[in-house]
Every structure is written in C-alpha cells, then in structure tokens.
Design a protein around this ligand. Sequence first.
Ligand code: MV4
Length: 470
Amino acid sequence: MPLRRERARDGRLAWCRGEMFDPVLIANRGEVAVRVIRACRELGIGTVAVYSTADADSEHVRMADLAVCIGPPQPAESYLNIASVIAAATTTGCGAVHPGWGFLAEHASFARACEDNGLVFIGPTPEAIEVMGDKIRARSVMSAAGVPVVPGSPGPVDLSAAAAFAEEVGYPVLLKATAGGGGRGMRLVEDASTLADAYTVAAGEAEAAFSSADLYIEKALLKARHVEVQVVCDGAGAVATFGERDCSVQRRHQKLIEEAPSPGVSAAMRASLEETARGACLEIGYRGAGTLEFLAVPGDAFFFIEMNTRLQVEHPVTELITGVDLVHAQLAIAAGEGLPAELGSRRGHALEVRINAEDPARNFMPTPGTIERFRPPLGPGVRVDTHIVDGYVVPPFYDSLLAKVIVHAADRQRALERAVRALNELEIVGVPTTREFAIEVLQHPQFASGNYTTQFLELHGPELVAPSSA
Ligand code: MV4
C-alpha cells in the first residue's frame, strides 16, 4: 500500500500505511539518539526516547516528544534490556523502533522481539543480522556470492587448527571472534612462538564480550587500507551504493578519523567495490542501510572482512558527499517507501574526526566529568553531531564519544585545512579530550599525504602523544 501522510488526531503529520508508523522509539542514547530524533522531526514523525537514570538530563531526553526511564545506568539493566525497551515502545503506542548503533542494533533477538510485538524494526531482517553477526557465516555467504574474502579458516579453529592454518599461509595471522566484530577480541600473531598465548587471550576476550569463545583465523593483511562501502537496500531488489569511506586510522579498533573518498581508492577500484557490494546485497536480499568492510591492498585488490547491519557512526561522511540523509532513507524503507528518489551525485571530499572524553597523555584513559563549556565550530562546510551542551555530565558507563566534527570541501587538501580550522575552533572545557591529538594526526605528513594504512597509528601514534608529567 503506498505511503501517505495524514494529520493524526493530535494534529501531527505522520507516515501512515494503514497502520500508524508514528511515533518512533529510539532505542539508544547520546549523539545517535539526537541524530535520529532530528531526522524524525524533519519528517513530522513523533519520537519516544528511552534513558537510564544516568541520562535523565541528557539532550535526547530533552528533545524527544516523550521519554521513558528504562532502568539504572548499567547497559544490561537498561539499553540492553530488550523487555524494558519493548515495553517502553508498546506502552507509548510506538509504531517502530530505531536501534541506532551499538547496544541492541545488531541483536537479531531484539529485531525479532520488535516484530513479535507489532513494532517495525528500522533495520535489516533478523535473519540478515544473524548471518552477518556470525563472522564465519558472513564470510561463507559473501564468498558464495563471488565476493573476495581475506584468506581464512572455513570454520572455528582450536589451537592446533590455528597453528596449521598459520603454517600454511604464513605469519602474521589474526585470531578473530566468530561472534565478534569491530576488532573486539582480535589478536595479531606475528610468529608461532606467541600463538598459544594469543589464542588463550583472544578466546577469553571473545567469551567475555560475546558469550562465545569461538575463534576463526585469517591471514593478516597489514599494509592495507580499511575501506567500507555504504549500501541502502529496499529488500525487494533495489540496491543503492554510496561509495566508500576510508577508516584505516583506528586506535585499538576504535575509529578516530574517517574520510571519503578514500585517497587510496582509484575510480576503477571504486566501481569494482560498489559492484561487488551491490551483488552481495542482491544475493542475500538485504534490507536497510548497511556497510560492507573491506581491506584494500596495493594493485586495486580488496578482500571482504565483515558486514555491519546497521547505520554507522561515520555515516555523516557519506551524507556530506552524496547529499542523502541516510536516516531518512532508513525510515522510508522501514515504512515501505523504497529507496531515496535522489541517489545523489557525489561531490568533494568529507572527513570526520571523533572527539572522545579520553586523555591521550594517560594512555587514552576515559575522562568522565562535567563539561563546563562547549563551543562547536561553525562556518562553511562544518557539521558537528553531538549530544553535549554546557554543563553536561559525561557518565562513566558508556562509550567516550563526545562529538563528531565532520567537514566537507571541494578536495582533500581543503577538507584537511577545514578540519584543522574547525578543531582549533572547537572548545570543550572541563574534561581532557582527544581534540589536540586529532589535530596532530591530521597534520602528520603521512596522513596529510593520504598515503597511510591501518598501521598508521601503530607506527606514528607514539610520536604524537606527549606523555603527561602526572
Ligand atoms: C583485519 C586486518 C588485517 N588483516 N583482518 C579491524 C577491526 C575490524 N573491522 C577488522 N579490522 C581489521 N581486520 C585481516 N585479516 C586489519 C584490520 C584493521 C586494523 C587492524 C589493526 C590495527 C588497526 C586496524 C584498522 C583498521 C582495520
């Protein structure tokens, strides 16, 4: 049934397709909750926020039309509590749930619980979440779809199988959590002498983080770039690809800087990456926004590592290049409206810098506390996605992301200059942050040249951080 807009009883415009798709519950916090609320507001869709007692005074609670406290600060008791989140949605008459990223965004059980309770899950099918959440199944599905994957074990490995694989392909190798992703539980093994210890540590981390100690093993491609392709699919055969983002600058698998287009991807390689991503999405019947992660190596070759079945933190980089609002696209697909009409031509260069409440001088330890003064940069080509305001108290219970400064300019050089200008203009007083460190990274000759790999921070990070006297 075509989507139509009509004025609801309380006078608000709402997307209607026979049943009310309004309001939307945002099952998240921080800057992604603010981002989704903004997208809903522009479409005239009401919003319901959920919050833990630690977030009672936060921006997403203030901005939403309605807010429901779902428990104490501990994620397991609040943002990860499926029953509490579902109850908040059903008792407030929500038609749909947006999971954001992190927390329950890639829990198939949550997507199922939404559907079992008559709520539209704004995201992929539970089946797609499940398949891509099992990194071995994901590799197998992609390989069957003709996608090149990193050489790796066909299934989980015990220590002896890991040793045999490593002998066959040669060190270095990477141990990865089957139920993992994003680098958590990942261990680089440089030679046979350290494999056993690395296996024990990786299995322990995997068990702790994902309740499964299963590991698989891959050849480590270290002189590579981490490039990811943004896709949006309607689940009925329409697939849009929106270019790539380079996310090679990561510290302990936390992305610090992301940019598009990647300075290491040629036009021919971009076309091949996007065609490969399109084919994979068609093969699996993917629905919603998603990102296929690849390692790109010299010679225009690339290898699939994993697929993220959610919106990503760095999505604004793609939005600035293409002009497409990816959250609007998610809402439209969930409401049965299909892909954005305007798939956008691409222009210029965009670059995102994450600003975290961490102290680089103290090994990036988290720095919760009160933001006494926050002044975001403004001016041409600058966007700041954040949930912080003057007086905001950064809680110690969640991730340390305070704000993302995203810039757009005609080319990479101008984008770099704009990013440095914007970061110098940014003021966050009250807690130590990674702002100054990020400026150093942007100005490092290796990064500025565009000729960097995933090893960048491993190689150059130490020279960028002045250890504190403390
Ligand atoms: C790899 C890799 C090299 N070889 N897999 C990082 C997080 C997750 N998305 C997968 N990641 C990687 N997987 C193989 N077989 C390199 C990365 C990687 C990385 C590794 C170490 C240090 C920084 C990194 C930044 C981006 C990607």
